[in-house]
Each structure stands twice: as structure tokens, then as C-alpha cells.
Unconditional design. Structure first.
Length: 63
């Protein structure tokens, strides 16, 4: 990943992050459909955004 270290299942504040790179302050979430437009996730992302983190999400849809 370009020399960056990602950690898996990391506790941060009251959340568990799927993957995080502290050097770039990037959070990667792999979520199921139950997280689509979830108010709790939106609030979580806003709080982490305010602390300088950016979140990208990938949906693990099953066909």
C-alpha cells in the first residue's frame, strides 16, 4: 500500500475501525447494507472528520 501501514480492527474513541492508517489519517470501512445511510455512522464519520480523519467505505454486497 505505497509503504503505508494499515492496522486492522483498531479501537479509537468509542469506535472500532475496520482499517486505519494513522500516518495519513485514513480510515477504510468495509460494510454491509445495514450501514447504508445509518445515522450513527454519519455521526461517527463527522466526529472523526473533525479530528482530521477521512473515511472511505466499500460495500460488501452479496449477489
Amino acid at each position: 500500500m505505497g509503504g503505508y501501514e494499515f492496522r486492522r480492527q483498531v479501537p479509537l474513541h468509542t469506535f472500532i475501525l475496520d482499517f486505519v492508517c494513522f500516518e495519513t489519517r485514513l480510515i477504510v470501512e468495509v460494510d454491509g447494507f445495514q450501514h447504508a445511510q445509518c445515522a450513527r455512522d454519519l455521526a461517527r464519520d463527522a466526529l472523526l472528520w473533525a479530528k482530521g480523519f477521512r473515511t472511505i467505505r466499500f460495500w460488501n454486497e452479496t449477489w
